[in-house]
Design a protein around this ligand. Sequence first.
Ligand SMILES: Cc1ncc(COP(=O)(O)O)c(C=O)c1O
Length: 398
Amino acid sequence: MDYTKLVSRNMPAETRSHPGIGAETDYVFSVTYSDADMMPTTELADALKALMPSEGKSLAMYPPPQGHIGLRELIAQRLLENRGIDVPIESIFLSSGAGGAIGTIVDGFIDPGDTVLVEEFTYSGTLNMMLSHRANVVHVPTDEDGMDPDALEAAIKDLNAKGVQPKLIYTISVFQNPMGITMSEERKKRMVEISQRYGIPIFENESYADFHIDGDPLPPAMMGMDDQDGVMYVSAYTKLLGCGLRLGYGVAPEPVMDTLRKLKFGTSPSHLTAMAVYGFLSEHADEYVPSVADSLKTKRDTMLAALGEHFPPNCKWTHPNGGMMLWGELPEGADTWNALDAAIEAGVKYNPGSMYRADGEGNNKMRLTFSYHNPDQIREGIAILAGVFEKQGLFDNA
Ligand SMILES: Cc1ncc(COP(=O)(O)O)c(C=O)c1O
């Protein structure tokens, strides 16, 4: 059967990913997997076992459209305590990972030709969803305090002058993926002002907010600073408790919920998973969340030390205060996209910088994740990677 002529014209446009990225390798520095050494396997099973007598029969039915009520209550409480967001559970919907909530919002609001403003480099999953919807993605200069509000305002004015009103400002404001940056409180306030002045909603992704390793406390989320229904928010427990759990959530003001309701909130997570996460977090969040951050601290420091030992000084690495990744800059002209095949051959995967740009620029940059492997594996993998880059001449043009 030849299906090529049958493919729908609505198929997403081609997006950018390296063909080798799906290969199996011994060292995976390309994915923000959860910290495998911290997976609370026994406690998750115990949590389910404890809840089954009271909640097990509810599995016979479809779950509530916005997901498990107890878990949404717990999310509302944690958002208030930790992120300065005060919302009722009616504003929260559970999703299949943060990616599920992002997909539903993108489905609800992005038409072909719409313009979206994003950070200088941004999470490839969202980028690909935007590009699949044939959005025009505009990258805004970003420094160590986050997206530059002056540059953002200049980009908006420039677009407005051409008759274009951007649809969304998308930002990963905490331990940004891939750059590791956390937006300062002052910047966040300015972002909210700009959003309100120009009537462009902010779409805030805080998927890494649970992973605060050291440094200043995190500034509150923009959603809590806004009083004009101007911010939508997504986060997840995938990175904290296991990517395989596919448990994320979105928070949105009522006018947005109205649209998302028509989309039935997209793909919901399994109710059984929601029960397990609810039971686990109710009992263990207070000691578990900091223990994961402690483990990530060791891994971050191990990776930075290995990079210092094996990579030359003309390669620069961020030193993020949290999250799961390092962002690196190699000498001008080094091509991490082309070198990836050789690295995979040697057993190591990473993500080239251009995966995070709509225009495919930035291949002397790269992202390394430190969350999954143990410190010995991190040391081994980084030594191998440095050997590959050396051989491929990536360190040469200083
Ligand atoms: C910023 C960001 N948002 C969303 C996702 C998707 O995560 P999930 O597994 O929760 O769908 C990721 C995964 O890497 C991410 O880094």
